[in-house]
Design a protein around this ligand. Structure first.
Ligand SMILES: Nc1ncnc2c1ncn2[C@@H]1O[C@H](COP(=O)(O)OP(=O)(O)OP(=O)(O)O)[C@@H](O)[C@H]1O
Ligand SMILES: [Mg+2]
Length: 326
């Protein structure tokens, strides 16, 4: 059963004194119950807009969305008890302590005083925030805010959790901690839709990935399916002498199935090839005969980065300027 389903979502923002912006352009999405789906896309792709539509914060210009079979547009009030949201920018009360923030969420959801306090204690523990529980949030680091914000989204044990870039700005240790928490929640049956610009995060957490750009899904599948769709492997060479790069690029062009990539310093070259082992042998023999020296040579499977770059024509973390209309 699809727990979250969206069809043909469009959203056109009409900012005052500026041309309209088509943030969503016919986006389709389906998230099976108990799974993690990642919306992967560059800046401005429409990730936050999608989350806002699905969490009833904004209405789309057209299209439909359902959560647990309930129409998000017709019955937003019935959707809200089912969902938890952790927005891209942490929404916490600066003057309250970490504990008080969580306790307040429980009270707002009418859990009752005792249950609210108990849930707040559990979440402080889960998010490793015991040290910070009794300090006002305004003294928290960015990573601590992020964790309190996610903890706030979990107070009511929602069936589906929307996480908008849950680990942006976290240090590697906090990121791993966040991944563990998300994995645990999914293990307990929570359905998760998360957005990310990190290919590694999508690779690690998501059962299914939707690559989005310009407000629509441009590819979807598991990380392995997306990588397989990329075709062959990549050959990578690391040259001792950067001056050899032009010659080596010509050799790689003969065995590869695309234009070889050359690093700015001229030392690293790579190309994708269908039969990478044979191509590598051929290249090495040719370099040997010409006396071209290597530090390193190898093959690797394509990464999600390669896939992303080819699909969107730019990297995941590039800033994309986008203007109105289209
Ligand atoms: N309130 C708004 N008014 C006008 N344009 C908006 C508004 N919110 C978003 N947009 C535009 O809609 C497009 C999609 O924005 P959105 O925030 O959904 O992208 P995103 O994928 O979340 O990007 P990021 O990775 O930077 O968070 C962008 O071009 C953005 O400038
Ligand atoms: Mg965003």
């Amino acid at each position: 059963m699809m727990f979250v389903e969206a069809q043909g979502l469009t959203k056109i923002y009409t900012p005052k004194g500026a041309p309209p912006v088509r943030a969503l352009d016919g986006l389709d999405l389906s998230v099976p119950q108990g799974s993690v789906t990642a919306l992967l896309g560059p800046n401005g792709a429409g990730k936050t807009t999608t989350v806002k539509v699905l969490t009833t914060l904004i209405t789309p210009s057209s299209g439909s969305a359902f959560i647990d079979g309930i129409d998000v547009l017709k019955h937003p009030g019935s959707i809200r008890p089912l969902i938890g949201v952790s927005g891209q920018y942490a929404a916490v009360d600066e003057n309250l302590t970490g504990f008080e923030n969580l306790d307040m969420v429980g009270r707002l959801y009418h859990l009752g005083a005792k249950a609210s306090r108990q849930r707040a204690h559990e979440l402080i523990e889960l998010f490793d925030l015991s040290d910070a529980a009794n300090r006002p949030v305004k003294g928290f680091s960015g990573g601590m805010r992020r964790r309190i914000d996610l903890a706030g989204a979990l107070v009511t044990r929602p069936k589906v959790l929307f996480l908008d870039e849950p680990t942006t700005g976290l240090d590697p240790r906090s990121r791993l901690g966040m991944w563990d928490v998300i994995t645990t929640l999914v293990g307990e049956g929570t359905t998760v839709l998360l957005t990310t610009q990190y290919l590694e995060e999508a690779d690690r957490l998501a059962d299914s990935i939707c690559v989005i750009d310009d407000g629509k899904v441009i590819a979807r599948g598991t990380a392995n399916e997306l990588k397989a769709s990329f075709g062959g492997q990549r050959l990578e060479l690391n040259l001792v002498t950067a001056g050899d790069s032009a010659t080596v690029a010509q050799i790689l062009a003969l065995v590869g199935d695309a234009e070889p990539a050359v690093s700015a310093d001229g030392h690293e070259l790579s190309v994708s090839a269908q039969n990478a082992p044979a191509a590598l042998q051929e290249v090495l023999a040719e370099l040997e005969s010409r006396g071209i020296k290597l530090y390193d040579a190898g093959m690797r499977r394509p990464t999600l980065d390669d896939v992303f770059l080819r699909l969107t024509g730019h990297g995941a973390e590039d800033h994309v300027a986008k203007d109105g209309g289209s």
